[in-house]
Design a protein around this ligand. Structure first.
Ligand code: FES
Length: 138
């Protein structure tokens, strides 16, 4: 709700433009706070971001979250619209990944596996390639 008492157009104590600007600023803060609230509902609580590599590109993603959720952190406008079951059935989230202390990459389901610092993801399932295309570049 706009903090300007009553209808700002009828507020005679200040010019209408000042009151309108305050309403717009308040609305912007409200929308931003709600957006932030929605994002915090999606991700498990985290204190810091960890660095991972996806097809040679480096990203910072929230610790204590699944790799698929971290892909959503990287690309919030596309991952939610992918055909992902999020419960280890569809296999559309499969990636090849090498952990910092591993000697070679191995296939994992990104909806099941938790992200870790230094993780190197070298191959993505086609559904992920489509969803992350704009973030990974040509
Ligand atoms: S999202 Fe379906 S198996 Fe991971």
């Amino acid at each position: 709700m706009c903090p300007v008492p009553g209808s700002w157009a009828l507020d005679t104590t200040q010019p209408a433009t000042v009151a309108a600007a305050r309403c717009v600023a308040y609305f912007t803060i409200e929308v931003g706070a709600r957006e932030s609230e929605i994002m915090s509902e999606v991700f498990r609580p985290f204190e810091r971001l960890v660095e991972i590599s996806v097809l040679g590109r480096t990203f910072l993603v929230p610790e204590k979250n699944s790799v698929l959720r971290c892909f959503q952190f990287i690309s919030p406008d596309t991952i939610p619209y992918g055909r992902f079951c999020w419960n280890q059935e569809c296999q559309y989230c499969r990636v090849d990944c090498q952990l910092a202390d591993d000697t070679q990459a191995r296939p994992i389901l990104s909806c099941k596996f938790m992200v870790s610092e230094g993780m190197n993801i070298s191959q993505l399932a086609p559904e992920l390639v489509g969803c992350l295309r704009s973030k990974l570049g040509p």
